[in-house]
Write a protein that binds this ligand. Structure first.
Ligand code: KIV
Length: 267
């Protein structure tokens, strides 16, 4: 089974093959998703909200991301593993970014990093790519800028914003990024950007024309029922399954029905 590389993703775009990505935060899910043929496992800093219960991604730390990315890498044979770089680990200076992103590759075994931002961050992307660190960009709704953007809202709705987004995506491509996440972007704009770029776009809330799609795993599994959004399709309803399994377990323990003889040791 051939592994997915950044080159594979470019070839997939050229051939018109859709790229499938999911977030993943641990080895157990990585094994399941890898076996299911998911192309990219993104260790998103969304784990700070989904797993750690924070209200945004802003307080995610490098140590947290390295811990989870190492686990995901252990569970992966085929997929490309991307480590999301947390807030303030790449914005201070290109040298700082190089140190932190280089550590991500060295210490976690990930294949690439993802950083947020467009034209302003492009010189940093260039610096990283020049030393051999594959970079995935992320424009549109960039969650690390949630306060500056005034909330989690669709980006690029007026022509000035749309023009900025087009320029951001192009700047990332010119700087050497191998792909770009488009988050919460109107579908027609995402389609224009996708057609204009030679690198793949991976959409989340960006319509069907992107070269690939990514969702937060716990959202699409219906595990995180505290979050819902128009763009999330739930492919399972695991939160209810978990609650029901826990209810049945609790009842059986309280009524002395578990453990039964088949779960007990005679000697
Ligand atoms: O952190 C994350 O999970 C992400 C995806 C939503 C693209 O950045």
């Amino acid at each position: 089974m051939a592994s997915i590389t950044t080159r594979t993703l470019l070839e997939m775009k050229e051939k018109g093959e859709r790229i499938v990505a999911l977030t993943c935060y641990d080895a157990l899910f990585a094994r399941l998703l890898d076996a299911a043929g998911i192309d990219i496992l993104l260790v998103g800093d969304s784990l700070n909200q989904v797993l750690a219960g924070a209200s945004s991604t802003l307080s995610a730390t490098l140590e947290q991301m390295f811990y989870h990315t190492t686990m995901v890498r252990r569970g992966t044979e085929r997929a490309l593993v991307v480590c999301d770089m947390p807030f303030l680990t790449y914005q201070i200076s290109p040298e700082d970014a190089l140190r932190n992103c280089g550590r991500a590759l060295k210490e976690t075994g990930c294949h690439a990093v993802k950083i947020e931002g467009g034209q302003a961050i492009a010189p940093t992307v260039r610096r990283l790519v020049d030393v051999g660190i594959p970079v995935m960009g992320h424009v549109g709704l960039t969650p690390q800028s949630v306060h500056a953007l005034g909330g989690y809202r669709v980006q690029g709705r007026d022509e000035a914003e749309a023009g900025r987004l087009r320029a951001d995506a192009t700047a990332l491509q010119d700087a050497g990024a191998f792909g770009v996440v488009l988050e919460l972007v109107p579908a027609p704009l995402a389609s224009q950007i996708t057609k204009a770029l030679t690198i793949p776009t991976i959409g989340i809330g960006a319509g069907p024309a992107c070269d690939g799609q990514v969702l937060v795993l716990h959202d699409m599994l219906g595990l995180n029922d505290q979050f819902s959004a128009k763009f999330v399709k739930k492919y399972a309803a695991l939160a209810e399954d978990v609650r029901e399994a826990a209810r049945v377990f609790a009842a059986e323990v309280r009524e002395g029905r578990y453990p039964g003889p088949e779960h007990s040791f005679g000697k």
